[in-house]
Ligand binder design. Structure first.
Ligand SMILES: Cc1cc2nc3c(=O)[nH]c(=O)nc-3n(C[C@H](O)[C@H](O)[C@H](O)COP(=O)(O)OP(=O)(O)OC[C@H]3O[C@@H](n4cnc5c(N)ncnc54)[C@H](O)[C@@H]3O)c2cc1C
Length: 395
């Protein structure tokens, strides 16, 4: 569906933000027969259906996708095209103060622990799904005012959009969150940046994800579809030379995957750890980083956002089937209930892991190392933790 500029638009839901979570919301809602208007300050330029070049599609900007996210992408109809570009991983090795933890898909009783997949590729597939649907209109614009009583959104370019519900998927600095008057809790002690880039290694990665905690930060090494290449994510405190600390950290990495060589220029990302106190207000509902942004050490931010999409669609489907309004307070409160406990636990756990597992004290590290060794032997505890991280308890 193509928009007529400045003609009023009337849809079931308006989605602010065409990042992965906004696009997944728009595509899922369109699959359920809803009319959607998706607005973003910067829509991607489209060339013959493609929006990204090979450089971006093969870049190190990846996510570790857990199985509910894969199921969602499958239901939207894009997983068949994506799966050939995804690297399933079966094992994870974590090292904390030199003490190892080995996690396996067998511990979780799942076929794998997840898939590593390029974010641009996911975005492009979702974009194409939305473009192929008659139910989604895109606008390159920014929201200016949400009049919740009239259920109308006004944009800076003067567009009027009438929608029963506004979904805020506009990222960490969400305009929708402010417009809804929803406050958030931020972990001020998380002051990290992440360097993300590509690594070449002498030996194959054996579809194993690796993570090392040190007093300077956390290094993740994620396998790619090329057995001799992995993606690194180095999170450390802002203000120090991250390239130097990364080089030192790489020297400490055990030689399981042979000699390591950095390839190309890394991307740098500011890390924010925060979560909202409410998920809806004034007919605005929040999803993705707009609601909760977690430290990337567990590779969960997008998975949490995709979980929001699953939970929201469940509620909207229920409303549709029972002839209830999408803005029905009970429906939105149920969405909030389904999200807030899980998100709070995840957000708090990851920020405390960053705080307490990268500590300098010798006595502390000795006791944590001891605890880690005990944990590695505790199969049941490991299973519970992995199943939480894999969102395996979602259904
Ligand atoms: C280093 C790093 C590694 C990560 N690794 C993983 C991982 O392995 N696994 C995982 O699950 N997650 C990971 N994450 C987290 C994941 O990348 C994010 O959670 C996810 O991309 C958030 O998507 P989103 O759509 O909610 O927000 P965004 O991607 O931020 O999208 C928001 C969209 O809203 C638009 N927008 C914003 N404001 C406005 C406005 N006022 N008007 C109009 N449009 C607006 C923006 O242009 C953008 O398109 C990682 C994050 C980092 C930093």
């Amino acid at each position: 569906m193509d928009k007529q500029k400045n003609q009023p638009i009337e849809v079931d839901i308006v989605v602010v933000g065409a990042g992965i979570i906004g696009l997944a919301t728009a595509a899922s809602a369109a699959k359920l027969g809803m009319r959607v208007c998706c607005i973003d300050q910067q829509l991607p330029p489209e060339k013959e259906g493609a929006i990204y070049g090979q450089e971006q599609l093969q870049s190190a900007w990846v996510s570790a996708l857990a199985s509910p996210g894969v199921t969602l992408l499958d239901e939207i109809g894009v997983w068949d095209d994506l799966k050939d570009h995804a690297c399933p991983y079966h094992h994870m090795r974590v090292e904390i103060y030199g003490a190892p933890i080995h996690l396996s898909h067998r511990d979780a009783m799942t076929p794998n622990l997840g898939h590593i997949l390029n974010n641009f590729r996911i975005k492009q597939a979702l974009w194409q799904s939305c473009r192929a649907s008659d139910g989604v209109v895109f606008l390159q614009d920014t929201p200016q005012e949400w009049r919740h009583e009239e259920q109308q959104l006004y944009t800076t370019s003067g567009q009027q959009i009438t929608a029963a519900l506004c979904v805020g998927a506009d990222g960490v600095n969400s305009w929708c969150r402010s417009a809804a008057g929803i406050s958030h809790i931020q972990h001020e002690y998380i002051q990290d940046n992440a360097l993300v880039g590509m690594l070449q290694h002498g030996k194959p990665h054996h579809q194993t994800a690796r993570q090392y905690f040190s007093e300077h930060g956390v290094l993740g090494i994620l396998p790619s579809t090329d057995y001799h290449r992995s993606i690194y994510v180095w999170s450390s405190a802002r203000g120090q030379s991250q390239a130097d600390s990364l080089a030192r950290m790489l020297q400490r990495v055990p030689s399981e995957i042979g000699s390591l060589k950095l390839i190309g220029e890394p991307r740098s990302h500011r890390i924010v750890s925060q979560r909202v106190t409410k998920y809806h207000q004034r007919q605005i509902v929040l999803a993705g980083d707009a609601a909760v942004s977690v430290h990337p050490l567990a590779g969960q931010g997008m998975n949490i956002g995709l979980r929001h999409v699953i939970m929201l669609m469940k509620q909207l489907k229920y409303a549709h089937r029972n002839s209830q309004l999408f803005s029905n307070q009970q429906i939105l409160s149920r969405y909030q209930e389904l999200c807030c406990g899980f998100d709070a636990l995840s957000c708090e756990t990851y920020s405390h892991m960053r705080r307490w597992l990268c500590h300098r004290s010798g006595v502390w590290s000795h006791f944590v190392g001891l605890g880690v060794r005990c944990f590695n032997q505790a199969a049941t505890v490991k299973r519970v933790l992995i199943r939480h991280a894999l969102h395996a308890n979602i259904h």
